[in-house]
Design a protein around this ligand. Structure first.
Ligand SMILES: C[S@@+](CC[C@H](N)C(=O)[O-])C[C@H]1O[C@@H](n2cnc3c(N)ncnc32)[C@H](O)[C@@H]1O
Length: 252
């Protein structure tokens, strides 16, 4: 665990034309193989864990099944994708999908103090795997996701486990009743992050916020503790912070 100020944000790269990365063949192959090995190890770990919580096994398999049937990113030029991007002013590369493994989500939610009586909100919830981990710890679980296709496919699988997943822009989601907010914002541009941080100021003081790769670097967000954790694409730092706005000066 570290407790130090993180380095500044890298500059913005909003150019959608750069969304294919030119890597030498062998390097690309080795990255792909690494991805496959990590994915297999994580899936097996998740499945073994779920034997302890069979109630969550069916929703988990449902998410997996929907992933096999179709990924919305196969059709990046669809009307739905264009409309979602226009509505928020984001670029396609910001919707790149990387999912948080159940085992990883269980670990960071535990570290963040999630338990019965907590309410976890995942901003940009994708297929909602993190929300299964929230239910594992007995917390309320809600996610908001920009892409309607994700939601239509997986919400019926998540509902029986007590999880709600709705279509929407995360920067408009009501946050007042969240005790813990998670955002896997690896691919978001600095502009999108800035919009999100402004919106996070609407949450209740004391709310804990968990982000991946980089913390929130803005006044009022304190803590800055981080842990290295495994994701489908490799190790990333997971940051835990708390929203503690400075007290307003007392009225005269
Ligand atoms: C990297 S995925 C993370 C999925 C999930 N939270 C997890 O960790 O497994 C980021 C998700 O954020 C969604 N997203 C991007 N911009 C959004 C926005 N403005 N509002 C809601 N969701 C958004 C993307 O469509 C994508 O599904």
């Amino acid at each position: 665990m570290t407790d130090s100020a993180p380095p500044p944000e890298p500059p913005s790269r909003r150019d959608d034309a750069q969304d294919t990365f030119e890597l030498p063949f062998l390097q690309r192959l080795s990255l792909q193989l690494q991805g496959i090995v990590i994915a297999v190890v994580l899936r097996v770990t998740d499945l073994l864990l779920l034997l302890v919580r069979p109630r969550l096994l069916k929703p988990y398999l449902g998410l997996w099944w929907q992933r096999i049937l179709r990924t919305p990113y196969a059709a990046r030029r669809t009307f739905e994708m264009a409309r979602a991007l226009q509505a928020t002013g984001q670029s396609f590369r910001e919707l790149m999908y990387g999912e948080t493994p159940l085992v990883t989500a269980l670990a960071f939610l535990k570290k963040a103090g999630v338990g019965r009586g907590s309410r976890v909100v995942d901003l940009g919830a994708g297929r909602g795997r993190v929300l299964l981990a929230a239910r594992w710890w007995g917390a309320g679980a809600h996610g908001v996701e920009l892409l309607a296709d994700h939601v239509a496919r997986v919400a019926p699988w998540l509902g029986p486990a007590g999880i709600t997943l709705t279509v929407g822009d995360m920067t408009r989601e009501p946050l007042a009743d969240a005790t813990h907010i998670f955002c896997n914002w690896v691919a978001f541009s600095p502009e999108t992050k800035a919009r999100l941080v402004a919106h996070l100021r609407t949450c209740t003081p004391g709310t804990r916020i968990i982000t991946v790769t980089r913390p929130i670097q803005a006044e009022g967000f304190t803590g800055h503790t981080s842990h290295w954790m495994l994701f489908t694409w490799g190790f990333e730092k997971v940051w835990l912070q708390e929203y503690r706005p400075k007290a307003l000066p007392a009225a005269p």
